[in-house]
Design a protein around this ligand. Structure first.
Ligand code: SAM
Ligand code: SF4
Length: 364
């Protein structure tokens, strides 16, 4: 049987020595184009219980050893340093973060950190929600601020087809538990795909709104060298808004200006008429409504590689700096990544211009 080796952004050669370099220095988290980093996404592992068609190939995967993955105390050390340097929100992602043992304690430890301004660090998470329901209460009590749940179809057969492994009943139970748990916000992420869920987008929005959840629709991105990208299936953010408006029989207008931007890449839109008037939806036009100019984030992969950009393969090796480096090495890695952070991605509608790394290795 052929094993697919999950492509990580780099294959680090760091020493696996347990020694920990403390991170006491300071970094001004501003890049060459004056973008200030306030948001850090941390992938907790590159494994997943699903095999979503746009994210991963459906073949047995060969993962790296456990030692390659950052330990939870290393995650806290890094988050504490970034919080001191100006980051005020951390998103936990994966692979699938709910598969990581010690998740609840990790959320507790991260939520106890203080930002540069002295306030609490906001900790949020993105999950496929398959294993979420029993975790919702403990995660909320540990201080998790918000959740984003990924769901591409409300039809059990289509859901099983896109996730290749998922159980819709479990996901809906997780979503309902999250919606009623008192989080600051719960969002629903849907990758919009022509000929697959385009006719379901309005229903997904209504489903979310009925639970006080904000729906967001994402343009499919050509990751992994374009291996899982189907140009003919990709729906633009504009097509998504038209499909939602059509399905609702209503008009969808910019929430403000050209669609007000949240803290992240989504622009927000409002239903103007009909029974859902006033409800908001987000669209993430990664390819057609480029938001690189306002990018405020860095990403740490499960193996401790610091990525300046989701769509590029350049990284800095934080794990090596933490485990085998000298005092000041972590700061130097961060500074180097900031200096080389690109102005914009090169995603093309034909699937070219994306990175070699898999989405699953970095977590969106
Ligand atoms: N496993 C978790 C989940 O699915 O929510 C977290 C990791 S997943 C990589 C994060 C987000 O990336 C999900 O909302 C998923 O739908 C999205 N995603 C994955 N591959 C994508 C692609 N090629 N284009 C656009 N979004 C993608
Ligand atoms: Fe797993 Fe999330 Fe990728 Fe789906 S999108 S395969 S749930 S990491």
């Amino acid at each position: 049987m052929r094993l697919v080796k999950l492509r990580r952004a780099t294959e680090p050669s760091a020493s696996l020595a347990p020694a920990h370099v403390s991170v006491n220095g300071s970094v001004d988290l501003v890049d060459r184009t004056e973008r200030r980093v306030r948001y850090l996404r941390i992938s907790l592992l590159d494994r997943c219980n699903y095999r979503c068609t746009y994210c991963m190939p459906d073949e047995p995967m060969e993962f790296g050893s456990r030692d390659e993955v950052l330990r939870l105390e290393e995650v806290v050390t890094l988050a504490a340093a970034f919080a001191r340097w100006g980051v005020d929100r951390v998103r936990l992602t994966g692979g699938e973060p709910t598969l990581r043992r010690g998740l609840v304690d990790l959320v507790g430890n991260l939520s106890a950190l203080r930002t540069e301004g002295g306030g609490p660090l906001q900790v949020v998470m993105t999950t496929n929600a398959e294993r979420l329901e029993p975790l919702v209460g403990p995660l909320r009590s540990a201080g998790l601020h918000g959740l984003t749940i990924s769901l591409d179809s409300l039809d059990p057969e289509r859901f099983a087809r896109i996730t290749r492994r998922g159980n819709l009943v479990n996901v809906l139970a997780g979503l309902d538990a999250a919606a009623s748990a008192g989080f600051d916000h719960v969002k629903l992420n849907t990758v919009a795909i022509k000929g697959f869920n385009d006719h379901e987008l309005a229903a997904l929005a209504q489903f979310a709104w009925a639970r006080g959840v904000t729906p967001r629709f994402i343009e499919q991105m050509p990751m992994g060298g374009g291996a899982t990208f189907m140009p003919g299936e990709m729906m633009t953010a504009q097509e998504v808004r038209a499909a939602v408006a059509d399905g609702l029989g209503a008009v969808v207008v910019p929430d403000e200006g050209d669609g007000v931007r949240g803290r992240g890449p989504a622009s927000y839109w409002r239903v103007e008429s009909g029974p859902w008037a006033g409800r908001r939806l987000g669209t993430i036009g990664a390819l057609t409504e480029n938001f690189c100019a306002s990018c405020n984030r860095l990403r740490v992969s499960a193996t401790g590689q610091l990525h300046g950009c989701l769509a590029r393969d350049e990284t800095g090796d934080l794990r090596a700096a933490l485990r085998g480096g000298q005092v000041g090495d972590v700061e130097r890695v961060v500074q180097r990544v900031l200096v080389t952070k690109r102005d914009a991605h090169a995603f093309g509608l034909d699937g070219r211009g994306g990175p070699r790394k898999a989405m699953m290795s970095i977590g969106g």
